[in-house]
Write a protein that binds this ligand. Structure first.
Ligand SMILES: [Zn+2]
Length: 142
């Protein structure tokens, strides 16, 4: 089964932002599981005893929907409400100011690394699954 282009860009957005902010993960995939089209599999460092800064988590979550929006030219607020990422960010309980800051930081990371997002999305289309190290190589090969 071939994943949608939206899904490839969405997951590529999360993956590239993860590499840029140093939020490691095991792999990113566009192979559907349950009701999700694709996902990023977290590494063991995600154990509750090792919490990550909520601001960075928010940047990571927002990057997926934003990459998808940037490709389709849909507005982020409109697409945002349809996404699981919106509830993941809500669970972080950021202040309105911190949320806005995370949105702009996330957009900046994706805009600045757009060629890498495109490379990662294309690689996901061909191979369905990439490790953190493989994404990292694509981000830093620019
Ligand atoms: Zn997502």
């Amino acid at each position: 089964m071939v994943s949608s282009i939206s899904c490839q860009y969405h997951e590529a957005g999360h993956a590239v932002a993860g590499v840029v902010i140093g939020r490691d993960f095991e792999f990113v995939t566009v192979i559907p599981i349950g009701n999700t089209e694709g996902h990023v599999a977290y590494s063991t460092a995600d154990d509750p005893e090792f919490p990550r800064p909520p601001q960075l988590e928010a940047i990571f979550f927002i990057a997926g929907p934003y990459a998808e929006c940037r490709r389709t030219r849909r507005s982020l607020p409109r697409l945002w409400i349809e996404q699981q990422d919106a509830s993941d960010v809500a669970a972080l309980q950021l202040s309105e100011a911190d949320f806005r800051k995370a949105v702009s930081q996330s957009m900046e990371i994706i805009d600045k690394n757009w060629p890498a997002v495109r490379r990662v999305a294309a690689a996901l289309r061909r191979r369905q699954k990439l490790t953190f190290e493989e994404v990292e190589a694509m981000v830093f090969s620019a």
